[in-house]
Design a protein around this ligand. Sequence first.
Ligand code: MN3
Length: 224
Amino acid sequence: MNRRKILHCTAAAFLAAGKLPGAEATLPKLPYAVDALEPFVDARTMEIHHGKHHQAYVDNLNKALATQPALAGKPVEELLKNLSAVPDSIRGAVRNNGGGHWNHSLFWQTLGPNPAAPKGKLAAAIAKAFGRQAAFEDKLRAAGLSVFGSGWVWVTTRNGLLTIETSPNQDSPLMSGLTPVFGIDVWVHAYYLKYQNRRADYLAAVMKVIHWDFVSRRYEEVGG
Ligand code: MN3
């Protein structure tokens, strides 16, 4: 094996391991035990969703970023907000895997075993935009049901005003200049083991484990 070939192999090995410069994404730890959201979100789904699906987005994002050292250290949120500045060769990979990494990182924080209720500025913003909390949750579930195939339903804010949006695949409202306050994953991988085809049942269940204290804090942090 000549030197050129050896170098090539070494680079390929680094790429596979996601260890070249720019490969900075890491899987965040769940902020609760995998069974903490039972019976609404089952432990097996949580293990696979976090440990396999989210890990794959992290690994594939790192592989893509490893080919573009100039992007080293750029927060994924910045890349998603300005996808047109990402080189053509990895734009699709960043959109799908960077989006997947960012969306799930927020999603885990959004859930919790002690849901409480929206408070402070968030509670006021929900009342202003949707009226009663129950009406807000009805609209959120309906929007989640309306997503054809894989995607997300989002509560976004711009200038403090809340809106409900949906996105296909791992697209994020960040890509269209909106700020996600929180989102709910409606990919079948989020619910199939427990709920099979019953997305409505999953949405009703997951609404019972929204960590409203976290969401209330996030709304204020992002400029609500
Ligand atoms: Mn997912």
